[in-house]
Design a protein around this ligand. Structure first.
Ligand code: XMP
Length: 323
């Protein structure tokens, strides 16, 4: 039978074969997929692995500090790269979702190439550079890599890769679904908060701003998102809800009233879903008290937002993220 112990042993063996005496860097996002991939590779090649976390400026409130803290407990070497300017400059003026995804995927790779040189020095003649990614089976399918499928959206680590990729990819989770990855993570003894972290897409808040991505808009969305997450946690719903993106409709404005004054602000959309594997999803029936709390707090505390709406579309026909 195919147990998680088998998966670990088999993948560790395969990684050793692929990487040989070489060295690898792992693209760590803070999520469970890349954490499990990194842990497998660390088991296979030990300190010849360096983990790289890119802060592209589109992470959530407090996320980079939290990731640093959590991951330094588990991994020997963690390289944190501040790439906010680089990513936001590359995204300036861009509104089309697939273009955003391609740009972000591209900038990720360029950042990893630079990290590779910084950590290991220039490659010797004929030496292979290995990049570990936590790509899952659904990422491959939805990016159009599965048999008989078309591209739904280019996940940053699959369809978003540049054509002139200078890395050999190490992707030990490519055949697995998220629940299996979590089981492997538990098998490897990773901390619970890492294994059960809700999914967050590699392109981050950049694909949750409908319209151009700017620093101000990111700050607005970060505030709204932090409130929504805090209330979801307080309500004890973190495990029940697969994830709850908050989407900023940055190109839409509506009229409101606050105190005696007129407001003309932006709506946010709450997108709570339940799911088994993210391939399909149902909109989550959040308790009214939780919705009320989130709505009141966001409109009171986030200056630019004067309306909170909720997305009640299943997947299909919607996708989980709006872009
Ligand atoms: P969709 O929007 O396709 O999302 O229904 C399915 C799941 O995948 C996550 N997602 C991504 N994860 N890179 C990632 O690492 C990406 O480019 C990406 N796009 C979507 C999404 O959050 C959901 O869990």
């Amino acid at each position: 039978t195919w147990t998680m112990l088998n998966v670990v042993e088999e993948q560790v063996e395969k990684i050793r074969e692929q990487v040989g005496e070489g060295r690898a860097i792992c693209a760590l996002s803070g999520g469970v997929d890349s954490a499990v991939a990194a842990a497998l590779v660390q088991r296979a090649i030990g300190d010849r692995l360096t983990c790289v976390y890119v802060d592209h400026g589109m992470m959530r409130q407090g996320e980079t500090e939290q990731v640093r803290k959590d991951f330094e407990e588990v991994f020997d070497s963690l390289d944190v790269v501040d790439a906010e300017d680089q990513f936001l400059t590359a995204l300036a003026g861009v509104t089309e979702p697939e273009t955003k995804r391609k740009i972000i995927g591209h900038e990720f790779i360029r950042t990893f190439e630079a990290a590779q040189v910084r950590v290991f020095g220039d490659a010797k003649e004929g030496e292979t550079a290995f990049l570990v990614q936590g790509t899952l089976y659904p990422d491959v399918v939805e990016s159009g890599g599965g048999a008989g499928t078309s591209t739904i959206k280019s996940h940053h680590n699959v369809g978003g890769l540049p054509d002139d990729l200078n890395f050999d990819l190490v992707e030990p989770l490519r055949a697995l679904f998220k629940d299996e990855v979590r089981a492997v993570g538990e098998q490897l003894g990773l901390p619970e908060r890492m294994v059960w972290r809700q999914p967050f897409p590699g392109p981050g808040l950049g694909i949750r701003i409908i319209g151009e991505v700017t620093k101000d808009r990111l700050d607005t969305l970060r505030q709204a998102d932090a409130i929504a997450r805090e209330e979801l946690t307080k309500a004890g719903l973190d495990r029940e809800i697969w994830q709850m993106p908050v989407v900023l409709l940055a190109d839409v404005r509506s009229v409101g009233v606050q105190g005696d004054g007129r407001t003309y602000g932006h709506p946010v959309v709450l997108r709570p879903v339940t799911s088994e594997d993210a391939m399909t999803a149902d909109w989550a029936r959040l308790p009214y008290e939780v919705m009320e709390k989130i709505s009141t707090r966001i409109t009171n505390e986030v200056a630019e937002v004067n309306r909170v709406t909720i997305d009640i579309t299943s997947k299909p026909p919607g996708t989980i993220e709006w872009e």
